[in-house]
Design a protein around this ligand. Structure first.
Ligand code: NAP
Length: 289
């Protein structure tokens, strides 16, 4: 590895499994000291135990007091905080028209409130060393909407918007904010809802796996999203702020529907800052996974 994150301290929420665990591992491989945070204490402990120098801190990102404690313990342990990845997320599978307000709030509280709270409480610490990076995890569904996961998709759209607002508000403070938009990644979040999709969408030929393959040729791997997170957390992406990175292997048709700043170039995503950015702040961060 190349020590891209040497001397950095990072918090990754929802890091007890899936994409978050892969990000935590990749950050540590690049020299970061990592806080593996999750609502599931045992899962966080297990992942942290497998990473040199990492610690586990249990926190429900929807609970402000627990998030405050997460940041405070990070700083008391490592003395600083440089990178935050508010990754924790959940999904329910119900048509939007049948979604109860309680289920709507549950998804919003984790996927949107949790992102806001994590960033809000990390920010004073990110500002201290004079620079930092925020890497949010939105989703392709946040740009297209998606049957059965309407509340999830709405929250992910908001995460993308929130990230772009942060990039503008923080640009003179040395803090960059960029959003990752994965397609279908092979984690429990997707596989646990496979049957719901198959039944609700009436998939007669093949199952959900075939649908994924038809849309994006194969499932993405958590490590592929982690590679993008390393890029946006590190100085390699110093000219990227307010970017939205769309995971590869997603149907180009879908990608081309994304709004300003992102266009598909076949197998890779071309990522730019928002169109309103002045020429001198133009960024063109190509990443091929
Ligand atoms: P995952 O495998 O289910 O992992 C998510 C982790 O977050 C789990 O350990 C989960 O714990 C934890 N978590 C749930 N609620 C939490 C809370 N309130 N506070 C703290 N931690 C909590 O899911 P994933 O696929 O890795 O998803 C990670 C992120 O990527 C999410 O934001 C997701 O929306 C996003 N994403 C995923 C995909 C995909 O295809 N997988 C695509 C686009 C975006 P429990 O298991 O105990 O609930």
């Amino acid at each position: 590895m190349t020590d891209l994150l040497k001397n950095k301290v990072a918090i990754v929420t929802g890091a007890g499994a899936g994409i978050g665990a892969a990000i935590a591992r990749s950050f540590a491989d690049e020299g970061a000291r990592v806080v593996v945070s999750d609502i599931d204490a045992a899962a966080a402990e297990e992942v942290a135990a497998s990473i040199d120098g990492a610690i586990a801190i249990t926190a429900d990102v929807a609970d402000e007091t627990q998030v405050e404690n997460l940041v405070a313990r990070t700083v008391s342990t490592f003395g600083q905080l440089n990178v935050v990845v508010p990754n924790a997320g959940i999904a329910t599978t119900t048509p939007l028209t049948e979604t109860s307000f309680a289920d709507w709030r549950k998804v919003m509280s984790v996927n949107l409130d949790g992102v806001f709270l994590t960033i809000r409480h990390a920010l004073p610490e990110l500002l201290k060393p004079g620079g930092g990076s925020i890497v949010t995890i939105s989703s392709i569904s946040g740009t297209t909407g998606s049957p059965l996961i309407g509340s999830y998709a709405a929250a992910k759209a908001a995460v993308r918007s929130l990230t772009q607002t942060l990039s503008a508000e923080l640009r003179f403070h040395g803090i960059r904010a960029n959003a990752l938009l994965p397609g279908f990644i092979d984690t429990n979040l997707v596989t646990s809802h496979q049957r719901d999709f198959e039944e609700a969408l009436g998939l007669e030929f093949g199952g959900f796996d075939d649908l994924v393959v038809a849309k994006q040729t194969r499932y993405g791997r958590p490590e592929e999203i982690a590679a993008a997170a390393v890029f946006f957390a590190s100085d390699q992406s110093a000219r990227c702020n307010g970017s939205t990175w769309c995971s590869t292997e997603v149907s180009p048709v879908r990608c081309s529907k994304l709004s300003s700043g992102v266009e598909s170039t076949g197998g890779s995503s071309r990522v730019q800052g928002p169109g309103t950015r002045p020429p001198e702040r133009f960024v063109d961060c190509r990443l091929r996974l």
